[in-house]
Design a binder for this molecule. Structure first.
Ligand code: PEP
Ligand code: MG
Length: 755
């Protein structure tokens, strides 16, 4: 059974709008792919301890919801008792064989049943049957098990049959989750606060005005300003181009203050909509009216109206700045939440983030993890505009969002959140214990930093240093390049704060999705374009200032490590090293001496994997940037939710690449760290320990949990597990098997909600 077949089924199941449809798709697809006579799902009714036929292809559809099997009866019961697959060539010979005439079934011989497990409990059984004698092969067992695992995920928190039935009857009810991607772990319950990009009318949410009179007066002020602006533009254009063009602007000005646009908006404000929402609806109405006209000239006016609408909205929003009141437990909701928007919410008030776009590897998700805020990204059908003020549940593990949840779901998440808090407390208590495997291998866990918010004390966090300081963040939040003195102050503070622990300062890594407002880069393929050292090597002025600042900040300390990002080959590294040597020579000349420092290179471009030995010989350490390495190896944009399913650092190619890096670097006595998000994925940590990685660097919020994982595993077991995983064909299977392994280690609470 090929992995594409499985992925295809999984994709279809994931795309289903609700659970009933998902189960229906699953049974039909499996029946076809495995060429069986029947495929059914039985879900457990915990109250009555029975399994209820919930979906089937092959049995009588009327039997769904009616046929019940006691958990100590039938082969379904055997699967549940054993919590493992039951594969019978000739089922009729089994003492628990049960023939249920009411399902309309034929006598069957071949039987394969696998448990659907959640939190170690069997919540259902997935069964295939064959009228003829048939022994299912290993591939088929694997397929069914993997699918059952995915179904458990889809079934999510719906644990009783009555809830499934309720879902079926009330498909839009508050129990139905919206599906996205886990962006940052944790669960949170809070109030939705919708943020939207400036001047995007379609992203404006519904909201009631605070005060109708003031809202109208504010809107009228904006109309006057915009009208004057447009008229002034017209005068300017007119003086340069002529009366005809000027007339166009006069028409715009007239349109801005037209009764239909202004009056229509004011009327809507009076009806209870705030000005941006009222404007949005009025503009939509006008656009629709113009678009319906057959005359092409008049039809084109639709775009004028849209433009004017945006102009008015920009002004309205300018007045809106600063008057946002964030609820105590704010969940930021939006089309594409940005790092800036997140930063605007007072730190203790943001409990969750839900974004229609992006993935777990977007920088905003990285920020969320750094701040310990659960996040769900890439929720495609997010009705963001209608969510303002609603109660929402964010499940950052499973990538699910519940809007206005039912009492049952809410109660369950209250409980899960309580368990989470309990586990976090336990982890925090042990955070200072060394991260040494059970067979005595010390794997230091460091911190990824780069935000002001992360001026954390290392002593307090349990981290053994800063393994990655992303210097671009201070560059991003300013409106110009920070000068040498400013950078010296900043880096010195970081180095001194952590002293004597090592601090890895990475040189500027802009480009890709990190664009400086004062260095706009407009490219069709930014991740394959001008980014990382490609930018800084082209700008030795900027680069030299930064390198000098780093070395100066290290004066009297000696815990500096300089690291270069996006190195694609030896000559690039040589150029960086040359500039670093030049900065050093200048400082020796100016100050007499320079404190020792270490130099490292990031391996995050596939070509660097093949050059690892030559790179390693030139530096003191290498650090694997698994975020980029995964995206470049698999050719999957790390920010694109459409292909996010394909992005997995557990892909066998990524594991093999890291294996090659470790082997190559160790051959020259050079240590290897991992500073991408992979290092904070508990299941992946099992692999990294097995691969012989010397150091891990993770966000502040993950230090305690990752140290906990390292402490629970032995290097030898991790090596054995790795060997087994390297035989697998795809990331999906590897993740499935590792999730089982982590549950066996008693660490399941680190990869899903609850303990
Ligand atoms: C990486 O690519 O893994 C990495 C750590 O760098 P960044 O996420 O900043 O690109
Ligand atoms: Mg990177």
């Amino acid at each position: 059974m090929s992995s594409e077949v499985l992925r295809d089924i999984v994709d279809k199941v994931n795309a289903a709008p609700d659970l009933t449809t998902a189960l229906g798709i699953a049974v039909t697809e499996v029946k076809a792919v495995m060429a069986v006579d029947v495929c059914s799902v039985y879900l457990r009714d915990f109250e009555r301890d029975e399994f209820v036929l919930t979906a089937t292809d092959g049995l009588r559809p009327e039997a769904v919801g009616k046929v019940r099997i006691r958990s100590d009866q039938g082969l379904v019961g055997v699967v549940a008792e054993r919590s493992e697959p039951v594969n019978l060539e000739e089922a009729t010979g089994h003492p628990r064989y049960l023939f249920l005439a009411e399902t309309g079934e034929q006598r069957f011989h071949g039987f394969l049943g696998v448990p659907i497990l959640r939190h170690r409990r069997v919540i259902g059984v997935l069964v295939v049957r064959q009228a003829a004698i048939r022994r299912f092969n290993e591939d088929e067992v694997d397929l069914l098990m993997t699918l059952a695992w995915r179904l458990a995920d889809a079934i999510g928190h719906v644990e009783t049959l009555s809830e499934v039935i309720a879902l079926r009857e009330e498909p839009t009810g508050g129990s139905k989750p919206l599906f996205g991607l886990g962006g940052a772990p944790g669960v949170a319950i809070g109030k939705a606060m919708v943020v939207y990009p400036p001047a995007d009318l379609d992203a404006v949410p519904d909201r009631a005005p605070n005060h109708v009179g003031e809202e109208i007066a504010g809107f009228e002020r904006v109309v006057r300003t915009v009208r004057d602006e447009v008229a002034a533009l017209g005068r300017d254009v007119g003086s340069r181009l002529g009366d005809e063009e000027r007339a166009l602007f006069d028409a715009y000005a007239a349109m801005v203050s037209s009764d239909s646009l202004v009056g229509g908006t004011i009327e809507r404000i009076r009806d209870g909509q705030w000005a941006p929402g009222a404007l949005r609806d009025t503009v939509r109405e006008h656009v629709a009216a113009f678009e319906a006209i057959s005359d092409p000239y008049l039809r084109e006016r639709a775009s004028d109206v849209r433009d004017l609408g945006r102009l008015l909205l920009t002004h309205l929003q300018a007045g809106d700045v600063g008057i946002r009141h964030y609820p105590k437990r704010t969940v930021l909701v939006g089309d594409e939440i940005t790092a800036m928007q997140l930063a605007q919410v007072p730190a203790d008030q943001c409990v969750g983030v839900i974004s229609a776009h992006g993935s777990g590897f977007s920088h905003v998700a990285i920020l969320c993890r750094a701040m310990g805020i659960p996040a769900v990204m890439g929720v495609e059908d997010l009705p963001a505009g209608q969510l303002e003020g609603s109660e929402v549940i964010v499940d950052g593990y499973a990538g699910r969002v519940y809007v206005s949840p039912s009492a049952a779901i809410r109660a369950e998440f209250d409980e899960l959140a309580r368990e989470e808090a309990e586990l976090s407390e336990e982890l925090a208590r042990d955070r200072l214990a060394p991260s040494t495997t059970t067979d005595g291998v010390h794997v230091p866990v460091c911190i990824n930093a780069g935000l002001q918010a992360e001026a954390v004390s290392l002593v307090d966090s349990g981290a053994e240093g800063i393994g990655l300081y992303r210097t671009e963040f201070p560059f991003l939040v300013r409106d110009r390049f920070p000068g040498e003195e400013e950078q010296v102050r900043l880096y010195r503070q970081v180095l001194a704060n952590s002293h004597p622990a090592p601090v890895t300062l990475r040189t500027l890594d802009v480009g890709g999705d990190k664009v400086l407002p004062y260095l706009p880069i407009n490219e069709a393929n930014p991740f394959l374009g001008w980014r990382g050292v490609r930018v800084t090597l082209d700008h030795p002025d900027i680069f030299m200032i930064q390198l000098r600042a780093m070395l100066r900040a290290n004066a009297g300390l000696g815990n500096l490590e300089v690291m270069f990002p996006m190195i694609s080959g030896v000559s690039e590294l040589d150029q960086c090293l040359k500039l670093l040597a030049r900065a050093r020579a200048e400082l020796v000349e100016e100050y007499g001496a320079v404190e020792p420092y270490r130099v490292g290179v990031m391996i995050e471009v596939p070509s660097a994997v093949y050059a690892v030995e030559r790179l390693a010989q030139r530096v003191d350490f290498v650090s694997v940037g698994t975020n980029d390495l995964t995206q470049y190896l698999l050719a999957v944009d790390r920010n694109n939710e459409r292909v996010a399913e394909l992005y997995d650092h557990l892909h066998p190619a990524v594991l093999s690449a890291i294996e090659a890096i470790v082997t190559g670097a160790h051959k020259h006595g050079v240590p290897v760290s991992v500073c991408g998000e992979m290092a904070e994925d508990p299941v992946a940590v099992l692999m990294l320990v097995g691969l012989g990685v010397d150091k891990l660097s993770v966000s502040g919020a993950s230090v305690a949990r990752i140290k906990h994982v390292v402490r629970k595993v032995s290097r030898q077991d991790a090596v054995d597990l790795l060997d087994e995983m390297l035989l697998q064909d795809d990331a999906l299977t590897i993740r499935f098997l590792l999730t089982g392994a982590i549950e066996d280690l008693g660490l399941g609470g680190l990869v899903r909600a609850g303990r």
